[in-house]
Design a binder for this molecule. Structure first.
Ligand SMILES: [Zn+2]
Length: 202
């Protein structure tokens, strides 16, 4: 076991967050990484996730970020502050370091994906809502605007994705990857639509 695993096995995220001043109740707390008045950071047993700014990680990442220190120093600090008596100065083997770095970079890649996936889902739901209002037909006879139709067709599914993303853990979120990609493509297409040929161009 590395010192990271040892520290994590001894502590839980809520205690760590409270100890370092994050006011927590019902598993939620005010995010120390962005400015907010209502709690949007969810605390799990070993991890945290902020639905406001997308910050995410375990108690060691949390501590490292709060104090602006490295992961190793964060583990040492937790060890000291919580009186865990773990021998943190025992050097890690090369294998352990590689393994930890690998997991770390996988986690970073996942975090990045999660942040942008989360943003895409939110952006698309906002657009759908906007289109529903802006393009709703004024009379029964009027032809339906394609964006109004898209809003009718996709709002339920997008709401569902939103809920799933909120409630699921990492593996549950990853299952939504394909659908999130479709949303990203759609947003991309909407923001920079393919150039339409006009009469003048022909
Ligand atoms: Zn935040």
């Amino acid at each position: 076991m590395t010192i990271f695993e040892q520290v994590k096995s001894e502590l839980n995220m809520i205690d760590v967050a409270k100890f370092y001043g994050a006011l927590a109740s019902h598993g939620m707390c005010l995010c120390p990484f962005h400015n907010e008045k209502t709690p949007s950071m969810k605390l799990y047993e070993k991890n945290f996730h902020c639905f406001g700014c997308g910050e995410h990680g375990d108690m060691i990442d949390f501590t490292a970020k709060v104090f602006g220190i490295s992961s190793v120093d964060a583990a040492k600090r937790l060890n000291y502050d919580f009186g865990l008596h773990i021998d943190v100065d025992k050097p890690l083997s090369a294998e352990q370091i590689t393994e930890y770095q690998q997991r770390q970079s996988e986690r970073l890649a996942y975090n990045q994906w999660e942040k942008s996936a989360w943003k895409s889902i939110i952006d698309y739901s906002r657009l759908l809502l906007e289109w529903r209002k802006k393009y709703s037909p004024k009379t029964m006879a009027e032809n339906h605007h394609p964006l109004f139709v898209e809003s009718l067709m996709n709002t339920d599914r997008t709401d569902y994705l939103f809920e799933e993303f909120l409630n699921e853990d990492k593996s549950g979120r990853l299952k939504l990857k394909q659908e999130v990609e479709l949303i990203e493509q759609r947003l991309q297409q909407y923001k920079s639509p393919p150039v339409k040929r006009t009469h003048a161009a022909r």
